[in-house]
Design a binder for this molecule. Sequence first.
Ligand code: CP
Length: 309
Amino acid sequence: MSAPLKHLLSTRDLDLETISWIFSRAERLKRMRAVLSTDERVLYGETTATLFWEASTRTRVSFELAAIRLGACVVHLAPKDSSIAKGESLHDTIANLFALGCRYFVVRHSISEEVKRLADKARYGAHLINAGDGTNEHPSQALLDAFTIRERKKTFQGLKIAILGDILRSRVARSNLYLLTKLGAQCFVAGPPDLVPEKLNVISTTIAQNMDEALTDADVVMVLRLQKERDGKKFEISDSEYFQKFGLTRERLALAKPDAIVMHPGPLHRGVEIDSEVADGPQSVILKQVENGLFLRMAIFEALRGELG
Ligand code: CP
């Protein structure tokens, strides 16, 4: 029996039973192609708000589609189009949306831990989902990544997962490291020395000396985007130099196991962190990740709704 899930803020908070429930449910939703009978639409009559302080394609659209598939109404609010532009706080905005009946709030924010602060102050009955907070976490992305790995590799035990690129500023890396190591994988991180932390306080995680060490015999290769929008000036390197030194090319990928899968959370910068030949190649599961995002996010809403077994 899993503990009730009130908010989704971090993959660190999730126990193995909850993760397993979410995966099983997402698997079933995938088999059903997300088409549910009226009785199964557990968010019928509910309202979900998506509040995005940073740009998004995949996360926003898949959460909105997930809520709609489950029967909810969805409202989207961007800061420039709301009374936040007139000085209202985000906390007050959420309280007002709550008064209008919203119970699910999918929030992306540029400040780390901001979604947790909002959740701590939110009214009883509100469920907050962290859709990416600064450089901190992106838990639904990590869950869909792990779900995609599980589909292909069946188990996490003994898997070598290479996470490559801008580790320092990546919320995807952090959420994935917490989750994948909890599930039994061994993670290796590598990238530009300025963008890989000197220390990572995560079990079963190795800071590799270079890309080749991380890539050698990897079962999964996860490539991350350069987060130029965060402290862009601190790391000055041309796109072509980045590609030459750190880009995932067919030659570099050949160091990994022949059946290794290639992942990327998107958006892709082709010819910077990944070669198109690899992104579109036979080992790539990048669009599978996107596809799985819908089912996984439906399962997250169901878990928050109290459907956990
Ligand atoms: N992976 C991800 O968060 O993509 P978006 O920024 O498009 O939501």
